[in-house]
Write a protein that binds this ligand. Structure first.
Ligand code: KE4
Length: 431
């Protein structure tokens, strides 16, 4: 009699008390089918599910675990911090230390405000941009995700440069009527939108390397045009680097592209796996924030003393010389190995990476926008996902998500991953 699958048992129990059995939708495996794995513990590049099955983890908590799980220096910092208290609701020196560390690594920032999630950081940056410019309109791009604040849960309107419609129930159209949703990497559409609305645009928010439609880079020309048009029209350029910050390189996507945004949104890696995010920019803009200025923003656990200890210890490790060279080499090794394995069986496949972030596509091109990514054969992706999962390799349970390498992944993990993929690619090609 096979032993009962503990993941099934836990999933059934979870669905009785938590909507969909999860506290964040992507974890429910709805896009790929099957039972989510309930994780009991993690260490280094691995985590173990409720059946005590080990997986090579390429989610890394969706980006934060860049050092791998349970880095000794980070564990020690958190253990020490909790003994001093969990939360005070009062300022601490450690918040200053983390702010100083972030500003040292993000030259476009003169000041930073710490919050508890990427959604909160992006939402607050948006409000600050509107408050600082006195304008209503905002620009975002199809396929970019900036958390679930109402004004950002928007899909493109019909026709060119028309205002967006809500993607979620519970968001009144009045809230999204000022959000323009454009096609990523479409310079002509961007220029049209600014020609029509430029002087009413408070900000353009973008993932300059987009990790929410798998892995799509803004072309240098497109990124430069975003910068030029924002400058020309007095709109603020906001780089949402919640995922790319300290992930694609020590200076994020803005460092890779050489573009200076007006505001930057950070999260994930800066919390090292604990609830911590941030947004920042020039002093003149940031000082519009309460308690100094008219733009209100607040948070009970903002700058939490344990989360800031975790973040600081993480930043200290990633700032060490050679960290990103070694991480980038590992990620490229995985990507090149997967491409070679797919080519060997003639499977249409391509992949890309930057620093510790990667993506792959079951097509020969590297998509430039969301519509192209979505032409992927879902059934093939799902077969790949479950084939890897069965072989102890855990990638994102959705084709529109990116993958994440950690410093703890070893050559043997990468070889095992490529080998598992090789076994599946052959079957995929035959479908
Ligand atoms: P959070 O509120 O989930 O901390 O951050 C929102 C957010 C903002 N900006 C970017 C670029 C992001 O990628 C995210 C969150 N990313 C998703 C993964 N695609 C988090 C995973 C989840 O939703 O469970």
């Amino acid at each position: 009699m096979p032993t009962a699958d503990q993941n099934d048992i836990l999933f059934e129990r979870a669905r009785a008390v938590i909507p969909g059995g999860v506290n964040s939708p992507v974890r429910a495996f709805k896009a790929v089918g099957g039972t989510p794995r309930f994780i009991r513990r993690a260490e280094g590049a691995y985590f173990w599910d409720a059946n005590d099955k080990r997986y090579i983890d390429y989610i890394g908590s969706w980006g934060p675990m860049i050092l791998g799980h349970g880095h000794p220096a980070v564990v020690e910092a958190v253990q020490k911090a909790v003994l001093e208290g969990f939360s005070y609701g009062a300022p601490t020196e450690r918040e200053i230390e983390l702010a100083e560390a972030i500003l040292a690594l993000v030259p476009s920032m003169e000041m930073v405000r710490l919050v508890s999630s990427g959604t909160e950081a992006a939402m607050s940056a948006l409000r600050l941009a509107r408050g600082a410019t006195g304008r209503k309109h905002i620009v975002k791009f199809e396929g970019c995700y900036h958390g679930h604040a109402d004004a950002l849960l928007v899909k493109a309107g019909s026709g060119l440069a028309t205002f967006g419609h809500p993607t979620s129930a519970g968001v009144p159209p009045e809230v999204t009527q000022h959000t323009l949703v454009l096609e990523y990497n479409n310079i002509a559409q961007l220029e049209e939108a600014f020609a029509l609305h430029g002087n009413d645009i408070a900000c353009l928010m973008i993932e300059a390397i987009a990790g929410n439609m798998n892995f799509v880079r803004a072309t240098p020309a497109f990124a430069a045009r975003c910068r030029e048009l924002c400058t020309q029209h007095g709109a603020l350029l906001v780089f949402d680097e919640v995922m790319t910050g300290f992930r694609v390189g020590l200076h994020g996507a803005q460092g890779v592209l050489g573009i200076t945004p007006d505001l930057t949104v950070l999260g994930k890696v800066i919390g090292g796996g604990m609830p911590l995010a941030a947004f920042g920019g020039p002093r003149a803009i940031m000082e519009q924030l309460a308690p100094l200025g008219p733009v209100y923003q607040a948070g009970t656990l903002s700058g939490n003393p344990v989360a800031t200890a975790c973040g600081l210890a993480t930043l200290k490790e990633i700032a060490r010389p050679g960290f990103y060279e070694a991480l980038g080499k590992k990620t490229r090794s995985l990507v090149e190995g997967l491409k070679a394995a797919a080519a060997a069986v003639g499977l249409p496949f391509n992949a890309d990476s930057e620093g510790g972030m990667f993506g792959f596509f079951l097509m020969n091109e590297l998509p430039q926008n969301y519509a192209t990514v979505m032409t992927t054969d879902n059934a093939k992706f799902n077969a790949l996902f479950h084939g890897l999962l069965d072989r102890g390799v855990y990638i994102a349970p959705a084709l529109y998500e990116a993958g994440f390498m950690s410093a703890a992944h070893g050559d043997e993990d990468i070889a095992a991953t490529v080998d598992a993929a090789r076994q599946i690619f052959k079957a995929l090609q035959a479908r």
